[in-house]
Design a protein around this ligand. Structure first.
Ligand code: GSH
Length: 317
């Protein structure tokens, strides 16, 4: 659409992209979308490395400014856009400091390892993965995809020495990441550690609820205001759901307040819009597959037509 101030470079299934998307929807701003297919290495192409040398999504573009890091995107949008909830209260106030503390605590959860670790060790998922089939996320495909990315990055680094340092560092990270996510004990330990984080969240919701005058009003993590830690919690809860881990962490018998909180989050229009957007991945992937198949279909049709012509000539003889 013409006239939009912001462009979001993102991948719909990416956790950090979902945080940025959710923020844009909470703020009620329209924006241009640019899909960066991180499963096929688009994040390491030179045009993208120019806007984010780390080769990670999301990136928010505002004119000639590019903001990477999902937490910085939240800060930026909250400063720029006055509509929607105030996500980042004044850090000079005790309330603002408490919000900042919760943001850090939740941002530090190693969701990347939890995600790939659960996919690579599916027995860790309590109720089974709910990944869209078209993403083909399995131990084998992940292994192959990361090995391909590794080789592609080496090639890009040779041809573009200005990105060599970044790409070499990235390949090192990819290697370590791969090893970590295949190590069931490490992933299990992280999942156990997450129990403690969720105990803290449950306790915090209890505090927020106890300060509320009325049982029927919506209470978020920090109280009556919806703030940045709620954006992270929404994304985390939705990710656990996709990984089939929601029962382990948020069953109503175990953590009633988190369960209720999640149900309330799911009613927010911005959350509904984010989830709808992430489901578009199926169409984006399908479109990619159809476009990739076109040259083969054309060749097959050409062969068919030529064969038909030869056969016609043979019959006429
Ligand atoms: N700290 C960054 C993390 C971004 C990140 O790790 N993005 C992942 C997708 S969820 C990515 O782009 N991965 C592609 C790659 O590692 O090549 C943030 O908060 O935005």
């Amino acid at each position: 659409m013409a006239g939009e101030k912001f462009t979001l470079y993102f991948y719909p299934m990416s956790y950090y992209s979902q945080k940025a998307l959710h923020t844009l929807f909470e703020k009620g701003v329209s924006f241009k979308r640019y899909y960066v297919d991180i499963q096929n290495g688009a994040q390491n192409e030179t045009w993208y490395l120019k806007i984010n040398p780390k080769g990670l999504v999301p990136v928010l573009q505002d004119g000639n400014k590019y903001i990477s890091e999902s937490e910085d995107i939240i800060d930026y949008l909250d400063k720029e856009i006055t509509s929607g909830p105030r996500l980042v209260p004044d850090p000079a106030t005790p309330y603002g400091q408490e919000v900042a503390r919760w943001r850090k605590l939740l941002h530090d959860v190693r969701v990347d390892v939890i995600t790939y670790g659960t996919i690579n060790n599916p027995e860790l998922s309590a109720t089974g993965l709910k990944m869209p089939w078209i993403l083909r996320m399995s131990k084998d495909t992940n292994h192959k995809r990361l090995a391909d990315t590794f080789a592609k990055n080496k090639d890009i680094a040779v041809k573009n020495p200005e990105f060599k340092k970044e790409l070499e560092a990235k390949n090192q990270r990819v290697m370590t990441f791969l090893e970590t996510t295949f190590n069931k004990e490490t992933v299990s330990a992280l999942l156990d550690g997450l129990e403690e984080t969720f105990n803290l969240v449950e306790a915090q919701l209890k505090i927020s609820r106890s300060h509320s005058q009325d049982d029927n009003t919506d209470v978020w993590l920090m109280g009556p205001e919806f703030t940045a830690p709620d954006i992270i919690m929404t994304t985390l809860l939705n990710r656990l759901d996709v990984l089939g881990l929601e029962e382990r962490y948020t069953s109503p018998n175990k953590r009633r307040l988190i369960y209720d909180y999640h149900q309330r989050l799911l009613q927010r229009p911005a959350v509904k819009a984010t989830l709808k957007e992430t489901k578009l991945i199926i169409w984006i992937k399908l479109k990619g597959k159809i476009l990739n198949a076109i040259p083969y279909v054309v060749v097959l049709l050409a062969i068919g037509a030529a064969g038909w012509g030869i056969y016609g000539n043979y019959l006429r003889k």
